[in-house]
Design a protein around this ligand. Structure first.
Ligand SMILES: Cc1ncc(COP(=O)(O)O)c(C=O)c1O
Length: 375
């Protein structure tokens, strides 16, 4: 098999080639302006990205992890406070809660959409709970109506982890626009990815924006006047310049992801696996296309032998990671997260994937149905 026959989980090179000339010109402008830190492209991108999310403000930050960390600090959440989140995210979600000095509490998830089970959230609330931090996993929003109701009833803040959900919608509203802060990652493989690390918080709350602007820049508004414990967490001007170009294509790329998901749905309709469920109230942006199969590891091996690369997002519930071993889980042991972790597999998904590549993946999956499961 030649390298050209391999279907990768994500292919960043093809997309980058298509915009390379525009990006080089934008980088050249930044070099000429020498505005490498908080240059004009950062402000422009913040405005355009906030508008895209249908929020009032955007603040560019160094990564998605720092977006979560600084959003928590901007809302004054820290030591002694508990933050309720899903038990099946990327570790950064829970690490950020720890960086802020707060304690995560992991709640089990809905097996249909992989997102926090809103029926369990109230069980997790204690007098120390300050916030709910839903993760819009794989590109589909959590049930934000129920989460907003619970937060209002218990006077809790909402911080959305929208790192995988640029442009996702719930009841026509965009991910990131429901809570006190919506946190995004621009890690290269994300639906909107920089050419390096990057992140942002979007918010409708001017006070949150003001705090974030201080927090990302050593706590100073005026040089050498530090009014709080700040960090060095700014979005690079060069990355903002890249993101401004890519943002123009985001809707087109998102629609392409949705088309590919439909192709997979058609081609795998009769295959022996569980396809992702797109809720009627949601616009899923398919950051990942995650299916379930009881023989996940053997299926992934079968596909790899046929040149098809898959991923597992994520192989363990968060409570298995060393920094979170003592974290409270609701219910104890996260049974759904635990079962999903052994069954999920992410099939190749990126906007440039062709119909014939999708057919090749589907054929390979179907050939496992006939040869794969031991008697
Ligand atoms: C759900 C989720 N949260 C947070 C992050 C952290 O983002 P970053 O890698 O930009 O720090 C990621 C991605 O890496 C993610 O997928």
């Amino acid at each position: 098999m030649t390298d050209g026959d391999v279907i990768r989980l994500v292919d960043l090179a093809t997309q980058s080639q298509g915009i390379k000339e525009d990006v080089l010109a934008a980088i050249s402008d930044v070099i000429d302006s020498a505005g490498f830190i908080l240059g004009k492209e950062v402000g422009l991108f913040e405005e355009e990205f906030a508008a895209y999310c249908r929020t009032r403000f955007g603040v560019g930050l160094a990564s998605g992890t720092e977006a979560l960390h600084l959003a928590l600090r901007a809302l004054d959440i820290g030591p002694g406070d508990e933050v309720i989140t899903a038990g099946n995210s990327f570790a950064a979600t829970a690490l950020a809660i720890r960086y802020a000095g707060a304690t995560p509490v992991f709640v089990d998830v809905d097996p249909e959409d992989f997102n926090i089970d809103v029926g369990l959230i109230e069980e997790a609330i204690t007098p120390r709970t300050r916030a709910i931090l839903p993760v819009h996993l794989y590109g589909q929003t959590a049930r934000m109506d129920a989460i907003s109701d619970i937060a209002a009833r218990h006077q809790l803040r909402i911080i959305e982890d929208a790192a995988q959900a640029h442009g996702a919608e719930f009841s026509g509203r965009r991910a990131g626009s429901f809570g006190d802060a919506g946190c995004f990652s621009f890690y290269p493989g994300k639906n909107l990815g920089a050419f390096g690390d990057g992140g942002a918080v979007v918010t409708n709350d001017e006070a949150v924006r003001e705090r974030l602007i201080l927090l990302r820049n050593y706590g100073q508004r005026v040089k050498n006047e530090h009014t709080l414990l700040g960090f060095n967490c700014r979005l690079d001007t060069l990355q903002a310049a890249v993101l401004l170009i890519k943002l123009r294509y985001l809707e087109e790329w998102t629609e392409q992801r949705r088309t590919i998901a439909r192709w997979y749905g058609e081609s795998l309709r009769d295959a022996e696996l569980i396809l992702p469920a797109e809720r009627a109230d949601a616009r899923h942006v398919y950051h990942l296309f995650v299916v379930r199969h009881p023989e996940r590891d053997r299926l992934a091996g079968h596909l790899r032998n046929r040149g098809i690369h898959c991923g597992v997002h994520y192989p363990h519930p968060l409570s298995h990671a060393v920094p979170f071993r003592n974290v409270r889980t609701v219910p104890e042991g996260l049974p759904v997260c635990t079962q999903l972790a052994s069954e999920i597999v992410s099939l190749p998904m990126y906007p440039e994937l062709s119909r014939s590549q999708v057919e090749r993946v589907a054929d390979a999956v179907r050939s496992f149905d006939t040869v794969g499961v031991p008697s």
